[in-house]
Design a protein around this ligand. Structure first.
Ligand SMILES: [Zn+2]
Length: 186
């Protein structure tokens, strides 16, 4: 442990007594750090549409890409994008992680299942356009890249116009290959 009274670093020197007398704020203070920012045209509309249970993207007519999340400017063509279009609330897992810590780096409880954050390529958007979200209703061992998933939405009255209006994405269950094969023989 650093002896603060003998510390020879530059800057404003602090003494141990400063901490003891709470002259230096540590955990004694709960700051009100409320803040606001402008979402802008593209993300503003995107969030408003999430509240309605829809996912919206922007089309660039020059490169013909469908951009998701939407943006008003195409970073490839260096020109404004042209129009809005709705995309599906289904997609494919592009990549994923199995997390044993929470978003704030705190450890999850021993009985809490790991979180499965994933990048999901949304159907209707240009391939490899994806959004980051969580997977649910699936065991970590069963998650595969390329797995088809569908959004699970909050109830309409609970939505706030945030990405969390989608609770998570769950697998779209298809008949297992074994069952399909068995079905063909009949
Ligand atoms: Zn473009």
């Amino acid at each position: 442990m650093v002896d603060l009274d003998k510390c020879e670093l530059g800057g404003t020197h602090l003494k141990s007594s400063d901490f003891e007398k709470c002259k230096v704020l540590t955990t004694e203070w709960t700051p009100n750090l409320g803040y606001a920012w402008d979402n802008g045209v593209a993300i503003g509309r995107y969030l408003a549409e999430l509240k309605e249970g829809k996912i919206i993207a922007r089309i660039c007519h020059k490169c013909r890409r469908i951009l998701l999340p939407p943006r008003m400017f195409c970073e490839l063509c260096f020109r404004p994008t042209d129009e809005w279009t709705y995309v599906e609330d289904t997609g494919v897992v592009n990549t994923f992680s199995i997390a044993y810590v929470n978003w704030d780096a705190s450890r999850r409880g021993p009985k809490e299942p790991p979180l499965i954050p994933a990048v999901i390529e949304i159907d209707g958007a240009t391939k490899s356009m994806g959004i980051m979200h969580m997977l649910g209703e699936v065991a970590p061992a069963d998650v595969k890249i390329g797995m088809k998933v569908r959004a699970v939405w909050k109830k309409p009255e609970d939505r706030t116009g945030a990405i969390t209006d989608i609770l998570y994405f769950k697998p779209l269950r298809a008949a297992s290959p074994k069952k399909r094969a068995a079905g063909k023989k009949r």
